[in-house]
Write a protein that binds this ligand. Structure first.
Ligand code: KG4
Ligand code: ZN
Length: 344
């Protein structure tokens, strides 16, 4: 059986996992993930150089731990899958240095994995559970893909996962980044996305916010104006001393609604234009259950495909998993390069 070690260091999560494959079946033998929220939160966003420092510190520790958990030795693995982009250059460099070192020591080949594509593949993993034999999920194509994360907002036509064609993307802030910034304006810690979702649960979407670019005929997005609109609203509310807990809940609900309806408007447009079997949501923001509910309501629940919540955000499992589908692209460590701007 084929064993793949997966390594993720594109942003602020250090992830190392070991997956074992047997035809259409696989098993998660070990998985270690260390988030850096506490390091970056006082800065209100990710500081690349600190992310790199943390990866450098965490990689050898998690590497030891993951093999201990999997109860195998490093020489038992067949390949090393590594997400070589897109991402923060200093973070990718630390990941690469580590991967090259172990590939050399173990004499194994490296499978470079595009982080964005790996987000899409994550929907094929039924459960994030260790040591159970699982069948790789099958989905019908063609699909529309909505990749929504802290760094990207991409709408794509997916003929299959090897043929992904970008239809549009954000021209400025990514949706996750926009939710994080809105969270910050409302006094929430980084990352604001999940905290905004919680706050919005008991709020009413009573404030008027724009649905940017919804009138345009293309499939692009823009979220920076939405954040500015929220800032103006908050400034106005503060003048009247009304910036209290109730208002914050209402603002959170209004912001989420505006951001998600903006995604919805463009997805609907593409859905009417292209004949697709379903819509795949992937990336950190697809962990948001309010968003999933909205899409299910509009398109029908059977049409909406999304990852298990714990696999929506960055992790090593999806890197090892995606590596399995790109074994033919395995390379020697001497040929490994990072690509901070890698595209779909
Ligand atoms: O995919 P990801 O882990 O990293 C990138 O590749 O960018 O996505 C991180 C983003 C952050 O902006 C975070 O706030 C957002 O995903 N996020 C959420 C939720 N969980 C994570 N946004 C909304 N609701 C959530 N539950
Ligand atoms: Zn990601």
């Amino acid at each position: 059986m084929l064993k793949i070690l997966g390594i993720e260091t594109t942003c602020d999560e250090t992830g190392i996992s070991i997956l074992e494959f047997d035809g259409e079946y696989f098993r998660i033998l070990g998985d270690k993930l260390r988030s850096q929220f506490n390091i970056h939160k006082k800065y209100g966003g990710i500081v690349p150089i600190l992310a790199a420092r943390e990866h450098k510190k965490n990689l050898p520790i998690l590497y030891k731990e993951v093999f201990k958990e999997a109860k195998i030795s490093p020489k038992d693995i067949d390949y090393i899958a590594f997400s070589n982009g897109p991402g923060l250059p200093p973070a990718l460099v630390e990941g690469k240095n580590f991967v090259v070192k172990i590939a050399k020591e173990l004499n194994k080949k490296i499978i470079p994995v595009n982080h964005l594509i790996a987000h899409f593949y994550s929907v094929l993993i039924p459960k994030n559970k260790k040591n159970i034999r699982q069948k790789i999920r099958k989905i019908e194509f063609p699909s529309l893909g909505l990749l929504i994360s802290g760094g990207h907002t991409i709408l794509a036509y997916i003929e299959d996962f090897k043929k992904i064609k970008k239809l549009g993307e954000t021209l400025d802030d990514a949706i996750g980044e926009s939710l994080d910034k809105a969270g910050r304006l409302l006094g929430l810690d980084y990352p604001g996305g999940p905290k905004l979702e919680k706050l919005a649960k008991n709020g009413r979407p009573i404030f008027n916010l724009p649905r940017p670019m919804s009138g345009y005929g293309n499939y692009n997005f823009s979220f920076s104006g939405l954040k500015t609109a929220l800032l103006e609203l908050v400034t106005e509310i503060k003048k009247y001393n009304k910036f209290n807990e109730e208002t914050k809940k209402d603002l959170a609900a209004s912001y989420q609604k505006a951001a998600f309806e903006t995604l919805l408007i463009k997805t609907k447009k593409a859905y009417q234009r292209f004949k697709v079997k379903n819509i795949i949501l992937a990336g950190g923001v697809s962990a948001n259950r309010t968003l999933i509910k909205l899409f299910k309501k509009v398109f029908g629940s059977k049409k909406i495909i999304y990852p298990e919540k714990s696999l929506a955000t960055d992790n090593g499992i999806k890197i090892a998993f995606t590596g399995y589908f790109f074994i033919d692209k395995a390379i020697d460590y001497k040929d490994l390069d990072i690509d901070p701007l890698l595209k779909i």
